[in-house]
Write a protein that binds this ligand. Structure first.
Ligand code: HEM
Length: 362
């Protein structure tokens, strides 16, 4: 038997049992729209690629990381003793940041293409949940090295839920595993980071991707108003996939450059008794909500300023999440335009409050 026939018969054997040719036929029929804004279609795929990098490097880190009292020492060994440990750790941290960046770009491009409108509401809602989980991935992972910076930034971050009346302090205590950030917090964050979050994230991601397969890519409103005969499409296999893979390769190159030229650092071991070092600030993706809450708290009068700020902020987030329900179709008219301006205001607010946050670090 020649090698070709071995391959063919192996394929036929698997195909008979798993129906691979049906999948291949489905993939052959899938198309992707081509227009002036098609570039934005790559960002969901880039987020996916960086998530895969996260899983791969995360599993490698898991081989040597020890949560609890030895957390700092194990990260010190990974960074300075293990062969290429520094590179894996650096790639993991950089890809977490790049992934969050890609998700934000993806979210805003989906927003401005109005891809949340009927029938894609669940795509939007599952995406928002993925973004929420991705930020918790970031927050829980940040503490794991237990160096000075991660310790104090987590301490400050966990003070935010305390402002929620009644249940706030209980939630904060539960997350910390006591009144202070300690090795118990590391243990909890570790369980969250490697068990709870992946168990929630993976099925949700599967659902999100299934929806994309089911409904295909939305086109922006201007393209939608053209007659079907004037719209262009390319087959997903192999044309779009080839471009998608090229974007993955570019992302991998950027990641490799960042991770090796700017290796992720490890500060001094956290010491609860020492004063907080200067310039403690949240990660960039938390800077905007952190700054908004601070500004609202200062601006609203009285001791309830903080709570009122939290309520106002939550209202803004709720309006954002629920956008598919008030800008639901092309016929939404004025509401559709208002939603567009809401998106512009959100981008400006996000960038401005992040800039102010960094500007005022002391
Ligand atoms: C880890 C996080 C995420 C991953 C891996 C991911 C992945 C993807 C992929 C691969 C696509 C298809 C290609 C594309 O249109 O870009 C897509 C589409 C979509 N995503 Fe996401 N996504 C994520 C987060 C989000 C977020 C935060 C939102 C918004 C809140 C969102 C909303 C959508 C919607 C509505 C579509 C359909 C777009 C269309 O029909 O053109 N996704 N996602």
């Amino acid at each position: 038997m020649t090698s070709k026939t071995i391959t063919t018969s192996a394929y036929e054997w698997v195909d008979e049992r798993l129906g691979l040719s049906e999948l291949a036929a489905f993939a052959r029929h899938k198309t992707v729209p081509v227009h002036s804004q098609s570039f934005w279609y790559y960002w969901g795929g880039i987020s996916l690629f960086l998530f895969l990098v996260q899983c791969f490097t995360g599993v490698l880190l898991l081989v040597y990381y020890r949560p609890g009292a030895e957390a700092y020492e194990s990260v010190r060994q990974i960074t300075f003793v293990m062969h290429f440990g520094w590179l894996i750790r650096s790639a993991h941290s950089w890809s977490a940041n790049l992934m969050l960046f890609a998700i934000f770009v993806h979210m805003f491009s989906v927003f401005f293409m109005k891809a949340y409108r009927k029938p894609r509401e669940f795509g939007w809602l599952s995406g928002m949940a993925l973004l929420g989980l991705a930020t918790v991935f970031g927050f829980s992972g940040y503490l794991l090295p237990m160096d000075e910076l991660s310790y104090f930034a987590t301490k400050v971050g966990l003070e935010i839920p305390v402002a929620i009346p009644f249940i706030g302090p209980v939630i904060a205590d539960m997350l910390r595993g006591g009144p202070e950030v300690s090795e118990f917090t590391v243990q909890r964050f570790f369980a969250l980071h490697v068990v709870v979050l992946p168990a929630l994230f993976l099925p949700l991601l599967g659902f999100h991707l299934w929806l994309v397969q089911r409904y295909g890519n939305a086109v922006p409103p201007r393209e939608e108003s053209k007659p079907l005969s004037e719209r262009k499409n390319i087959p997903f296999m192999p044309s779009f996939l080839r471009k998608d893979l090229a974007m993955w390769l570019i992302s991998l190159n950027i990641l490799a450059l960042l991770a090796s030229v700017f290796p992720w650092t490890l500060g001094k071991q956290a010491d609860a008794l020492s004063p907080a070092p200067l310039g403690i600030h949240p990660e960039w993706y938390f800077m905007s909500p952190f700054e908004m809450l601070k500004l609202l708290g200062n601006w609203l009068p009285g001791e309830f300023g903080e709570i009122a700020g939290l309520l106002l902020f939550s209202l803004g987030i709720a309006l954002w999440v629920l956008i598919p329900f008030y800008d639901s179709t092309r016929e939404s008219g004025q509401r559709g335009r208002t939603a567009h301006y809401f998106g512009l205001v959100a981008v400006i607010l996000l960038l401005a409050t992040t800039a102010i946050g960094y500007w005022t670090i002391r």
